[in-house]
Design a protein around this ligand. Structure first.
Ligand code: C2E
Ligand code: MG
Ligand code: MG
Ligand code: MG
Length: 286
């Protein structure tokens, strides 16, 4: 498909650039007062359950950050996390996320079979640059909250630049008792060798494949199905436990469970929920 560049597109791009710049300035200003922004409740965590579809328990809930900008309102993490990384505030913000998530998780009820619900926290690749800070933050979050370390799951995304130094840091984090999940597997930086080289406990399949399953376009549906199947088989052959994210429909759920997936996350079960609502969800879950 050929598309011509027109004036509207130029305006849109300009508008988008302006918004990005405003946000960056706003975030940078907050950099100075980040703790103030945090205590002003501009940032909040929401939680999305990950379901063990074999035994019906909740495996964990993933913490996802939300930012309500004082003037602009809701800003997507997909938009501000990269900016926060760029202006080097992810160490501070990441530390707050870890502490808040662990503290919140302490209020969650256990599963009916007695197993505890884990808490999954996304860790930005830039937090691995000052790796001692990361390890210290994780330690602090565990100690302050009193959470049993095995409940804490760290979601990392591969960034090739840190691949070699990452292994030793991951070993150090695992020595604290937490587990490691490789997020967004199958896209971007992820490569097959990571399944072998990184000390992983879980691999999260990127949503892009699952999204295609059940598409009206038969070719798209087939593409998504084949890739999901292949990636799940790949995880199994590396003895990795797969987590399938982005499952929205009953049909997708049936497909991925037939493919052997045990852990499933997505709007089909629940959207990410605020603290009181995730508590209600967990209490009502059967
Ligand atoms: P992610 O870690 O891969 O998180 C999954 C994203 O998919 C979340 O978007 C979640 O709300 C969304 N999602 C979950 N189920 C479904 C579904 O069934 N359908 C669809 N269409 N989407 C679904 P969100 O919250 O906007 O986060 C986007 C990304 O921003 C995250 O991707 C993660 O990379 C980053 N992020 C979010 N919170 C944090 C955080 O606390 N720390 C760091 N470092 N990154 C974060
Ligand atoms: Mg994640
Ligand atoms: Mg993901
Ligand atoms: Mg992602």
């Amino acid at each position: 498909k050929v598309c011509f560049f027109d004036q509207d597109m130029k305006e849109q791009a300009k508008e988008r650039h302006k918004l990005e710049n405003d946000l960056r300035v706003s975030l940078a200003t907050r950099h100075v007062e980040l703790h103030k922004a945090i205590s002003n409740d501009e940032f909040a965590l929401v939680y999305q359950p990950i379901v063990n579809v074999r035994n019906g328990t909740i495996h964990a809930c993933e913490a996802l950050i939300r930012w309500t900008h004082p003037d602009r309102g809701f800003v997507s993490p997909a938009e501000f996390i990269p900016m926060a990384e760029q202006i080097q505030i992810m160490d501070v913000l990441g530390s707050w996320i870890l502490r808040k998530a662990c503290a919140d998780a302490m209020a969650w009820p256990a599963n009916e079979d007695g197993s505890e619900v884990g808490v999954s926290v996304n860790v930005s690749p830039t937090q691995f640059v000052e790796s001692r800070l990361l390890v210290a933050s994780v330690k602090q979050a565990i100690e302050e909250s009193g959470i049993s370390p095995s409940r804490l799951k760290l979601e990392i995304t591969e960034s090739t630049a840190f691949a070699t130094t990452m292994v030793s840091v991951l070993e150090e984090l695992k020595a604290l008792g937490c587990t490691i999940a490789l997020d967004d597997f199958g896209t971007g930086y992820s490569s097959l060798t990571q399944l072998n080289d990184l000390p992983l406990d879980y691999v999260k399949l990127d949503q892009s494949f699952i999204r295609q399953i059940g598409s009206d376009d038969v070719a798209v549906d087939q593409h998504g199905t084949r890739l999901s199947k292949a990636v799940l088989a790949l995880c199994a052959s590396f003895d990795q436990i797969a987590i399938v994210e982005g499952v929205e429909t009953k049909h997708q759920l049936t497909c991925v469970t037939d493919m052997g997936a045990d852990l499933v996350q997505g709007y089909y079960f629940s959207k990410p929920l605020k603290m009181p609502d995730i508590l209600t969800f967990l209490n009502q879950w059967k």
